[in-house]
Design a binder for this molecule. Structure first.
Ligand code: GLA
Length: 729
């Protein structure tokens, strides 16, 4: 059993293979957090020793125990209003207008298997693979109940958290804040890492020591966003890839998220995460429940590498679903950077033909195939083929492409509408706008009101009609703006604050319906590249276009940041033309290829424009990728350098049985009389001999992990690295 409870002491212990999580309901029923960290198998409560701290008051029944304050002790799910002055996880406006909840323990339940969450994505697991702990809390003065849920997958050192807020009273309440989790630390000086950035430069890790007070990453864009990825790492000051303590949390949510840390008066740290309360309120009517999204937590006592491996394994195996969870993804060619909006079926067929000759598996037709769509100013919402571009509709094109031996994929941006579209002319009320105000436009487009059932029904029918009209194996689900002007004509005034969350629920409902009705279609998420790259979307789409930036140098940094939380199989990554369209940079085609291979691999250019030498390079890259595909997608990933500070980016994949390893990367600049850099490999078997395939040289794992291997001599800038080591049996 991973979860144990002691009924006498009301203590709870969650054990995973390497970690331990402890909490306890004390004599007053206050649920204290006791420990999260390495396995200790001891009651760690001795670490909690408080004295009377002025201005940190006491609950009424402990008025004379002045050391006893909920303002100083570590709590499992703090609510506002009753004496804990730190950031709360829960704020409830009671029916009398007061904002207070004093949550006390009333019971628990432990069962096999992993809980699920109605309407929201959640980690799933077999009955024997996971356990669930539910802890029941109740406000002492009202019929507000909170169920804290903990899911455990012991072999991945993963604990998930979510809360259900229930109004069992006779009057309505209002939620102003209902976060997914709180983690309190009484000890430690921590750094926090947020994954921040902007369009075409997303998820760049930023590490800073916690200062007294609150620091936060707080998204307001209605999506998880390029700017504020819903993930965080807290780590010891000395934490590196292979040493030190770190805690990671990733929210399975695709809307606005808030992550906050508070470094408090006693040098204690609180970490909370959940739906951003700045864009949230919820009428909790009597008899109703509110479900928070799920947070996935892990701890590593041996640096970031283990933390990432834990996240990668759980996301790959217990978040991603469907046929493509395990099967190899097709190598695809996408026409976006090859043609933008300027194409017809002849041009597309030429691109596809060359791709087929060079070994590509699937052709993806990007934006511009529907409605009146010759630029990004019109057409969104009209999901019918533009026959002036594609004569005779989709079928003749897909048939032609199928005959070349390629699968066919197609782009949609379902949640959007252009003002210049039939959909908008027929249903202006479906676009999110505030009556009496001009809406904010972004890329000239408006967002559809996904809280409306009729909008979702329209989109379901429009998309399924297209998918049924031809042989289509893949959908790129794009979303190209941030959301504001929140107003829905189907919501009451009091419920308008619910709209951002209801939008996400509507999106999930539609995705669930389409992915289950089209189980053989591979859905790839996208939002101007990686603007909605989160574990919630990965529940529906096993891969997400990582960034609109296809420049290989920038991609080493974007993919480096992404890899802390998200598995390589989730990263959509393509070789594109040079000079690169986003940066103007010229990088060698092999550097572009090894970078794109750290993901779900493909091309995004017209291969006809390449020289013969480059074409044979492409052919060879595809052969190599197929060979490495399992290793890359199912193996363990190691960051061997930091592309943010080092002169090179080097990363490594190691097979689960350690029988092979692939080192990929890029030396950024070549200098004359260049120094040679040895790079230490990781995760090999020490006493095993490995052969480097390129020159047949043999090294022991011990040598490679201690002395390392010299990076190859580089010529020119962005010089690619590829070294494949195979165990000699
Ligand atoms: C977004 C996507 C791109 C492409 C364009 C099409 O920016 O991220 O890959 O699909 O839209 O408009």
């Amino acid at each position: 059993m991973s979860i144990t409870a002691n009924d006498q002491t009301k203590s709870f212990c969650i054990l995973t293979d390497n970690t331990e999580y402890r909490m306890k309901a004390d004599g007053n029923g206050i649920l204290k957090h006791i420990w999260y960290g390495n396995r200790v198998e001891t009651d760690m409560e001795y670490l909690l020793d408080f004295h009377d701290v002025g201005f940190s008051g006491n609950i009424y029944t402990s008025a004379h125990e002045r050391h006893y304050s909920i303002d100083t002790m570590p709590l499992e799910y703090p609510a506002s209003g009753c004496g804990d002055f730190r950031i709360p996880a829960l704020t409830v406006v009671q029916s009398d207008g007061s904002s207070a909840a004093d949550l006390r323990f009333v019971g628990y339940n432990i069962r096999k298997g992993k809980y699920s969450i109605p309407g929201l994505p959640a980690v799933y697991a077999d009955e024997n693979e996971a356990e669930t702990l539910e802890i029941y809390l109740k406000d002492i003065a009202s019929d507000l109940f909170v169920t804290l849920k903990y899911g455990v997958i012991a072999r991945y050192d993963i604990i998930t958290r979510s809360a259900v807020i229930s109004n069992k009273g006779k009057t309505d309440m209002q939620l102003e804040r209902a976060l997914s989790m709180c983690l309190d630390f009484t000890y430690g000086e921590w750094d926090r890492i947020y994954f921040t950035g902007r369009h075409t430069m997303e998820r760049i890790p930023e590490r800073a020591p916690l200062m007294h007070g609150i620091q936060e990453s707080s998204g307001m864009r209605g999506t998880s966003s390029h700017q504020h990825n819903p993930s965080v790492i807290l780590c010891s000051r000395d934490c590196t890839e292979t040493t030190g303590e770190c805690f990671g949390a990733a929210l399975m949510y695709s809307g606005s998220c808030k992550t906050q840390t508070e470094y408090g008066q006693l040098n204690e740290t609180r970490l909370v995460m959940g739906i951003n309360p700045d864009l949230f309120s919820w009428e909790l009517k009597r008899g109703e429940d509110f479900y928070t999204p799920e947070a996935i937590l892990t701890y590593s006592g041996s640096g970031f590498e283990q933390l990432s491996h834990n996240f990668h394994r759980v996301i790959r195996n217990n978040v991603c679903r469907g046929r493509y969870k395990k099967t190899e993804r097709p190598v695809l060619i996408n026409n976006w950077e090859a043609t933008y909006f300027d194409f017809d079926e002849i041009k597309l067929a030429e691109i596809a033909q060359k791709a087929a000759e060079l070994g590509v598996d699937m052709f993806v037709m990007d934006d511009g195939w529907f409605g009146k769509r010759d630029s990004d100013t019109s057409g969104l919402g009209d999901w019918v083929v533009n026959e002036s571009k594609l004569k005779g509709g989709l079928k003749p094109l897909t048939d032609k492409i199928r005959k070349m031996g390629l699968k066919f994929g197609i782009w949609f941006e379902p949640e959007m509408v252009s003002e210049d579209s039939d959909l908008f002319r027929n249903h202006p009320e479906w676009a999110i706008r505030i009556p009496g105000r001009k809406p904010s436009l972004s890329r000239c487009q408006l967002v559809l009101d996904m809280t409306r059932a009729d909008v979702r029904e329209y989109l379901y029918n429009a998309i399924s009609n297209v998918l049924n009209s031809a042989d289509i194996s893949y959908v790129k689900w794009d979303m190209n703006r941030s959301i504001c002007d929140w107003y829905s004509s189907v919501l009451k005034r009091e419920a308008m604050g619910e709209m951002p969350h209801r939008y996400v629920l509507g999106l999930y409902e539609l995705l669930e319906r389409l992915t289950s009705d089209f189980p053989d279609v591979l859905f790839e998420g996208c939002s101007g590249g990686g603007g909605r790259f989160d574990a919630g979307m990965l529940y529906y789409c096993p891969q997400i276009w990582c960034s609109d930036n296809t420049d290989a140098y920038d991609r080493t940094r974007i993919q480096y940041g992404t890899s802390f939380i998200y598995p390589i199989s989730a990263v959509g990554s393509h070789v594109s033309a040079v000079p690169n369209h986003q940066t103007g940079r010229v990088t060698p085609i092999e550097a572009r290829a090894v970078t794109a291979m750290a993901g779900s691999f493909g091309y995004e250019l017209d291969l006809n424009t390449l020289s013969d030498e480059e074409k044979s390079a492409v052919k060879n890259q595809i052969i190599r990728f197929r060979r490495y595909n399992k290793l890359i997608h199912n193996g363990d990933y190691f960051r061997l350098s930091s592309p943010l500070t080092d002169k090179f980016a080097v990363w490594q994949f190691v097979a689960e049985d350690k029988s092979e390893a692939l080192v990929h990367g890029m030396i950024y600049k070549t200098e004359s009389n260049m120094l040679r850099y040895p790079i230490r490999l990781r995760g090999l078997k020490a006493d095993t001999a490995y052969r480097l395939e390129t020159d047949g040289a043999v090294y022991t794992g011990r040598a490679l992990m201690n002395g390392g291997i010299l990076l190859p001599r580089s010529m020119g800038d962005y010089s690619p690295i590829e070294m494949h080591f195979v165990e000699i049996k």
